[in-house]
Write a protein that binds this ligand. Structure first.
Ligand SMILES: [Fe+2]
Length: 260
């Protein structure tokens, strides 16, 4: 495939222009897309991919959330549980309904077409599909890392009440569910089913740190202050304050161990 970045950006702008950018939810996903594509590029360069591979990683970032716009239009929510799996939904729009042809010519001409499709379909899964080859897994990991790092940014740029659809009272007074706290010992992300309280959402997002694959992703999250700001959450509940102390200790330990 031939990747013309300007064309990709113009097509994305044109496509998203059909949706209501005055809706903060739409605006958020537009900004998220550009940032994720940029992060994909940073990661690709840091792991020494060549120029074409870097373009492929960047393209994956530009396309990964294309399903979000139709999702919000048709279902009025970004909750996959309450609507559709946005990753597969977007991939179907692109690769089954031919939206990809507006972005790139000869998409399936080389192996990268299938790689991009697989990376998009896998970007939001708890775990990547089994049985994929190492090279494809790498592109999956790049988009998954980039997406998580920008989720951190959204967490500090957007009021949590808005992201999680919870009240300030619940956020400030709820405690973290034991199964969610356990993730910080076991060093992995939190399954959606375990998140029960308002503050579980925030803790769950912080736990995404354990899933970051590439050192530069962790470094960016730390250096840009995303992790520290998320972990600086001040609860009105003494139990939760202690839980956050524990989270800070465990995440900082983990991040330092990764930095060596
Ligand atoms: Fe996504």
């Amino acid at each position: 495939m031939k990747i013309d970045r300007e064309r990709v950006q113009n097509t994305f702008a044109e496509y998203t222009g059909r949706y209501n950018a005055a809706d903060p939810k739409i605006k958020l996903k537009i900004d998220h897309t550009y940032r994720v594509a940029e992060l994909c590029e940073l990661i690709a360069k840091d792991i020494n991919l060549n120029e074409y591979e870097t373009d492929v990683a960047w393209l994956t970032g530009m396309l990964h959330d294309v399903g979000r716009f139709e999702q919000i239009k048709r279902y009025g929510t970004f909750s996959d549980a309450q609507s559709v799996d946005h990753a597969n939904f977007g991939a179907d729009l692109l690769f089954k309904e031919g939206l990809i042809d507006t972005y790139v010519d000869d998409f399936y001409e080389d192996k990268y077409g299938a790689i991009v499709e697989t990376a998009i379909r896998n970007h939001s899964k708890f775990r990547i599909d089994e049985g994929l080859d190492e090279y494809t897994v790498m592109f999956c990991n790049i988009i998954r890392d980039a997406d998580k790092v920008d989720i951190f940014r959204v967490n500090i740029d957007t009021p949590p009440e808005e992201i999680y659809n919870v009240t300030t009272y619940d956020l400030k007074n709820s405690t973290i569910t034991p199964e969610v706290m356990a993730a910080f010992d076991e060093k992995h992300a939190v399954l959606r089913a375990y998140k029960k309280t308002a503050v579980d959402n925030l803790a769950g997002h912080i736990a995404l740190t354990f899933e970051l694959v590439y050192p530069i992703s962790t470094r960016i999250a730390k250096e840009r202050g995303y992790l520290d700001k998320m972990m600086a959450f001040e609860s009105d509940n003494d139990v939760t304050r202690k839980q956050f102390e524990e989270i800070r200790r465990k995440i900082n330990e983990y991040v330092q161990s990764k930095d060596r």
